[in-house]
Write a protein that binds this ligand. Structure first.
Ligand code: AMP
Ligand code: ZN
Length: 147
């Protein structure tokens, strides 16, 4: 049985306590239409078990979510919807734009001229020295644990 949180809208969808237009589900994941699509075909892919953030998922359980996103991306290309390409988007934390605190990938059909864009911060474009990249990499390497 998936872990469920009572006031989580996506947990409610998993339990069929809230409506959703489901396109795929398996034992551990589900894909359904975003209620406020950024573009026709905008689909969300979630783990059935509640976790607020990507890093809260139990070790080894993130793979099936990407596998379902892969299936949805392939389906979008075959669906007849306008889809020349696909973006996967994951907002992980409030500062990254997360509004629903149950892990979800957005699977977004894209086509030339669709008007989408991702705006980078003011630091974008600079190419740091290798030493700076190494120093940043060392901080992350040091923080990686086998969890
Ligand atoms: P995020 O900002 O990444 O947390 O995105 C949350 C997404 O969930 C938004 O695109 C919402 O439109 C979508 N959403 C919220 N409630 C529902 C719902 N009941 N069914 C489908 N999508 C939803
Ligand atoms: Zn949930």
């Amino acid at each position: 049985m998936p872990v469920s949180v009572p006031d989580c809208i996506f947990c409610k969808i998993v339990k069929r306590d809230a409506p959703a237009s489901i396109v795929f589900e398996d034992e551990t994941t589900m894909a359904f239409m975003d209620i406020r699509p950024m573009i026709p075909g905008h689909t969300l892919v979630i783990p059935k078990s509640h976790a607020a953030y990507l890093e809260d998922l139990p070790k080894g359980s993130s793979g099936p979510i990407l596998e379902t996103a892969r299936k949805v991306a392939a389906a979008l290309r075959r669906s007849g919807l306008r889809c020349e390409a696909v973006n996967l988007w994951l907002a992980n934390g409030r500062a990254a734009g997360q509004e629903v605190f149950h892990v979800h990938f957005h699977v977004l059909p894209r086509f030339h001229g669709d008007g989408f864009g991702m705006r980078a911060g003011p630091d974008y474009g600079r190419m740091p020295e290798r030493a700076e990249l190494e120093s940043t990499a060392e901080k992350i390497r040091h923080a990686i644990v086998n969890q």
